[in-house]
Write a protein that binds this ligand. Sequence first.
Ligand code: FES
Length: 114
Amino acid sequence: MSNDTTPNDDDGQWHDVAELSQLDPAFPLGVEIDGTQVGIYQDGDRIHALEDICPHAFALMSQGFQEDGIIECPLHGARFEIATGKHLNEIGQRDLKCHAVRVENGRVCVKLAR
Ligand code: FES
């Protein structure tokens, strides 16, 4: 599996957050990095890391419903595109921040966006 999602990849620190085999394409994995909640998503052969707090009312997006490249908030149904964080309905209010991801030796590493 490859990954080259590298937004804001100019500085900062990589954090080893999970074993690649822990990921499930149907269920996001929520992790905390330096006090920041991050949702890790497997979408086809790509891995993505998104801001995990819903902009509407602070639900954890990683506890939502993942299907066809979309994550839906478990509380009121805000929908976001996993690959880009783009919000797809009004209740989402804004796009989710995307964090950089790389996969090395079967480990998923994330660098927080600034
Ligand atoms: S908390 Fe996510 S849509 Fe309301």
